[in-house]
Design a protein around this ligand. Structure first.
Ligand SMILES: [Zn+2]
Length: 452
């Protein structure tokens, strides 16, 4: 790996210039700005890195696919990333123009610097660096870059389902998002899924006088209050029949991981504006990542303005999200939710507003240990190994649709300001990302027996 370090020092300027070229090319998916030109540039760049690369049509913006196969039977890693970026607005909040990469205090400022161009370039440049240092890659490498991550990856799952053979792999490796705020690397093994629903209850055809019609017309706000009361006990337990049936029990390895995660109660309490937070670290992380939720996001009915208005509202609506954990299936949970509503308040309408599947790669897999050790070596620091994110990402595309382990290792600095003005990536984060990917490839080669 000394050759890798030497090449990285020698080529620092060249690699930065190549990243700048990509950052100068806008690729705003939600506004259809510069998408094709960006995708074409990346394909050519991937070819110059030693990958067999091409554009592949999807039902949305094209997918970029590249591969380098040393032996069809050898271990394969699929690297996933995205070439689209968020709109740069508000423009006048940028210190330097969003598509003119500018270096200040060791950071590169540009839209996409962290999310995800700096990180995908780190992956591609690692492939090039490794090839030049060793003459061949230690494992088969496939790369899939999509142009719709910032709009919710609507066509990724369909594309992956249609190209299962092409994308066949032993591991999916993603670098997106920020590192830990302590500067430590993160190895993330899963995400919670989500189901979003809206309930509507109706009473009379219009709002009525609460005295003149009181006790006569029904109040839909009470209908929803009673219904919601049947869904969750005061102890927090969710009472929808079968809700917990498919919740995967945490393994011993996962329970151990929770104990090792950094946690400072007072700091978390400050960060979330809830000073009376009273949980120890393992409980905090267990509730946040391995247990599902049933949450009321908003409840609207009747009069909410100043002073009083004496009415019986005609309608009431509530918006709810459920964060789901492995192996809950959003379609199955939606059926159970609808059954529950039908049983307790048959006239209440349910609308499905969105869903994402949960995903979790078991922490005790050998390949997880191999990648974690490689990350530790690359950064010379203990990685934060997280069994699951509290939030949701389309990671189940890999673990469910493709059926393989998926590991996310973010390369950007904690304060990368992705989606915000003055997005940036530390030059050291970018170079550290290249080094980390090289170490991961090398370690996977050792694991697969192709590297001594
Ligand atoms: Zn993003």
């Amino acid at each position: 790996m000394q050759n890798v370090s030497a090449l990285l020092t020698e080529r620092r300027g060249e690699y930065l210039e190549q990243l700048f070229t990509l950052l100068r090319q806008p690729s705003i998916s939600t506004q259809n700005v510069g998408m094709e030109a960006c995708a074409e540039w990346i394909v050519r760049f991937m070819q110059s890195c030693g990958l067999d690369a091409r554009l592949m049509p999807s039902d949305g913006y094209p997918m970029i696919y590249g591969e380098r196969i040393r032996d069809p039977d050898a271990f394969t890693v699929l690297i996933y990333g995205h070439y689209d970026v968020q709109p740069p607005d508000p423009l006048d909040a940028w210190v330097s123009p969003p598509f003119e990469p500018t270096v200040r205090d060791g950071r590169i400022y540009a839209r996409g610097a962290g999310d995800n161009k700096g990180q995908l370039m780190a992956q591609l440049l690692a492939i090039k660096t490794y090839l030049d240092a060793f003459g061949e890659l230690p494992v088969n490498v496939k790369v899939l870059l999509e142009g719709e991550e910032e709009t919710g990856s609507p066509h990724l799952d369909g594309f992956v389902s249609r190209h299962r053979d092409l994308l066949r792999t032993d591991l999916v490796y993603t670098s997106d998002g920020p590192m830990h705020d302590s500067g430590a690397p993160i190895v993330l093994l899963g995400v919670r899924g989500m189901l979003y629903v809206e309930l509507t209850a109706r009473g009379a055809a219009w709002d009525n006088h609460s005295g003149n019609k009181g006790n006569i017309v029904p109040n839909p706000a009470w209908t929803l209050v009673h219904l919601l009361g049947t869904m969750k006990g005061a102890d927090g337990h969710i009472l929808i029949e079968g809700f917990y049936d498919d919740v995967r029990r945490p393994t011993e390895a996962e329970v151990e991981l929770l104990k090792a995660l950094p946690y400072d109660r007072d700091r978390v309490a400050r960060q979330i504006g809830y000073p009376t937070l009273d949980l120890d670290g393992p409980t905090y992380y267990r509730k946040l990542s391995l247990e599902p939720t049933l949450n009321i996001c908003g409840f609207h009915s009747g009069y909410g303005g100043e002073g009083s208005k004496t009415i019986i509202p005609a309608t009431a609506t509530v918006k709810m999200d459920m964060r789901l954990v492995a192996d809950q299936d959003p379609d199955d949970i939606y059926r159970k939710f609808c059954d529950h509503v039908r049983r307790h308040a048959p006239d209440v309408e349910v609308r499905h507003l969105g869903a994402m599947r949960p995903s979790r790669t078991p922490a005790d897999l050998d390949v997880v240990r191999v990648v974690t050790e490689a990350v530790r070596t690359a950064y010379g620091m203990e990685p934060v190994l997280q069994p699951s994110l509290g939030g949701s990402l389309p990671d189940a595309v890999w673990t469910k649709t493709l059926g393989v382990p998926s590991i996310i290792v973010p390369y950007a600095n904690f304060d990368e300001a992705n989606h915000s003005p003055n997005e940036n990536i530390g030059i050291d984060n970018f170079l550290g990302g290249i080094r980390c990917t090289c170490h991961v490839l090398h370690a996977l080669g050792r694991f697969a027996g192709t590297v001594g």
